[in-house]
Design a protein around this ligand. Structure first.
Ligand code: ADP
Ligand code: MG
Length: 553
């Protein structure tokens, strides 16, 4: 036995590293997670406020969108980052409900802290939360209402509910009409006859300068490019279109070869060769029969001239995403090597010039692609509208796919809380307390919705619970009239799928945080790349978030 083992502790960590254990670790993590939840809470619901985010580059974003806020916040604390991931998962899986998911995660952790203080072991809390979450998901299935996915009115309600509180709100009627029409255009029948929404066939474009009411849905694609040459046609009806991912330029000779020219003849020969190469490329295009070329890369001046002489319309440096969308719209292959191109690769449709906006409007002959063209007065407005519409598109698409909705405005949450409390009675042991805590946490949604609307959250919750105990499953908050109403009837409708996802992502995040009883970090407790906070003591690691959030709360 070495001496060390008898007396002194064995040192296994470097001097710089820090360690926080047990309760300290837990309360530090819970505080960090709550700070994140706190930062988005005030944006929840139709009367939620917006946040102004100023990046280190000075770019300003004004938004109400949970995941956007958290993404831009430059969060620098490992635990807080885990909560941000909840928002990202929610965004990926459901497209909406990010604020709800994060707020519930924060509330779960706050309630967990109370349980831990009563000496309930974290693993008991984790188990109870897990049971409650599984039960809640089953209950959502029970409570959810099946809809007819051809019922455009209910789909519009889903879109409007998702847009409430966002910049899109003021024009939500017009926009939800567009969204529902667009989704229906790109809904196809799946193998088993079920509706499948393929969002690949939909593209959003934004233009500033117009009014939101001028936003429209167009068949096909909008390409924000000019013809490369003045002598080219500007519109081509019944066009054969080539999509090219290769440049129409002279291929660079080997980088290392130097061309040494001894006399003027040789120089001329060299230039002639380049010219030949370009001519050949244009000839290859002509031979496929293309009338229009959308090229993702550059087009040499000389090639532009030859193309114009052939009467071919060409645009260069078209965005990759546009080329890909065009290939859906036109049914064209993307050509990556001109020498192998043939007429089989071309797509068919109309290319027309919109001279007012300097764009091409491309429609395909057997088109199923649509473009949502969003207009608004300024960049900030159009960006926020785009985020609102994008969330709404996702939820309408998932509603069409899933076919089930729940009543919003806190109705589903109060009903879930009620059912979870009943369920808690059947749970043995201390886990029961965790299930009850979980039920309380879910009721955060109606509480915060009331708070954010200037209503008294306690009175409202009392009324809501009373309605639900009388069997009014869809009783939620009527925000305008400070009253309780059947929110599904009132058109406050959310997809069941998004609710289930919000519950499970919130639970997973909370449980992940609760499992940690030991924080060992090399250096301070902020993540990499934040030199100016290098001396932060462990307990103050939260300060790592200060930079991002200080101005916001
Ligand atoms: P999230 O990021 O979680 O989607 P939102 O700010 O979009 O957050 O708020 C969603 C919540 O607002 C949901 O609980 C929804 O039911 C509620 N809500 C939306 N519109 C209304 C309305 N008109 N009346 C009451 N509640 C509403
Ligand atoms: Mg929302």
């Amino acid at each position: 036995m070495s001496q060390r083992m008898q007396g002194q502790p064995m040192v296994i960590m470097s001097e710089d590293s820090e360690r926080v254990k047990d309760e300290d670790a837990q309360s530090r993590n819970i505080a960090a997670a709550q700070a994140v939840a706190e930062s988005v809470r005030s944006t929840l619901g139709p009367k939620g406020m917006d946040k102004m985010l100023v990046s280190s580059m000075g770019d300003v974003t004004v938004t109400n969108d949970g995941v956007t806020i958290l993404d831009e916040m430059d969060i620098n604390d490992p635990t807080a980052e885990m909560i941000v991931e909840v928002a990202e998962t929610q965004e990926d899986e459901a497209g909406d409900g990010t604020t709800t998911a994060v707020a519930i995660a924060g509330e779960l952790l706050q309630n967990a802290e109370d349980l831990l203080e009563q000496d309930i072991h974290p693993s008991t809390v984790i188990k109870g939360f897990h049971l409650a979450s599984e039960q809640a998901r089953q209950e959502v299935d029970e409570i959810a209402t099946e809809i007819d996915t051809d019922d455009e009115e209910i789909l519009r309600s889903v879109a409007e509910t998702s847009m409430t509180g966002k910049g899109a709100e003021l024009n939500k009627e017009h926009l939800s009409n567009l969204i529902v029409s667009a989704v229906r255009q790109i809904t196809v029948e799946g193998d088993n006859g079920e509706p499948v929404v393929d969002l690949e066939y939909l593209k959003m474009e934004t233009q500033t300068g117009g009014a939101v009411e001028d936003s429209e849905m167009l068949e096909g694609a909008i390409i924000d490019k000019d013809p490369v040459h003045d002598n080219m046609p500007r519109s081509v009806a019944d066009a054969d279109v080539m999509l090219l991912s290769q440049a129409i330029e002279v291929e660079e000779t080997d980088v290392d070869t130097e061309v040494s020219v001894a006399d003027p003849d040789q120089l001329q020969q060299f230039l002639d060769r380049e010219e030949e190469q370009l001519k050949e490329k244009v000839q290859q295009i002509v031979e496929t029969g293309a009338d229009v070329v959308f090229c993702q890369k550059g087009i040499d001046d000389l090639a532009q001239h030859y193309l114009a002489k052939e009467g071919i319309l060409a645009a260069r440096r078209v965005k990759k995403s546009d080329i890909e969308f065009l290939s859906e719209v036109l049914g064209a292959n993307i050509v990556s090597d001109l020498s192998e191109a043939s007429s089989d690769d071309l797509g068919y449709g109309d290319v027309s010039r919109d001279e007012d906006n300097d764009t091409f409007h491309v429609t395909g002959d057997n088109a199923h692609g649509v473009t949502l063209l969003l207009r608004a007065s300024t960049d900030h407005v159009v960006d926020e509208i785009e985020r609102g519409v994008s969330d709404a598109l996702d939820v309408v698409a998932s509603t069409v796919a899933d076919g089930r909705v729940v009543a919003g405005g806190g109705a589903i949450e109060v009903e879930l809380a009620k059912r979870l409390r009943d369920y808690a009675d059947s749970v043995e042991g201390r886990e029961q307390l965790a299930v009850e805590s979980f039920a309380d946490a879910v009721e955060l949604v109606p509480r915060v919705l009331s708070e954010n609307s200037g209503l008294d959250p306690i009175d409202m919750l009392v009324d809501l619970r009373a309605a639900h105990s009388e069997g009014q499953v869809r009783a939620g908050i009527d925000i305008e009239n400070n009253d309780v109403t059947d929110t599904l009837e009132a058109g406050v409708v959310e997809p069941a799928h998004a609710k289930k996802q919000a519950i499970s992502s919130a639970t997973e995040a909370a449980n992940l945080v609760l499992k940690i009883d030991d924080i060992i970090s090399a250096g301070d407790l902020t993540t990499e790349g934040d030199e100016d906070e290098g001396d932060m003591p462990a307990g103050g690691g939260m300060g790592g978030m200060g930079g991002g959030m200080g101005g916001m709360m």
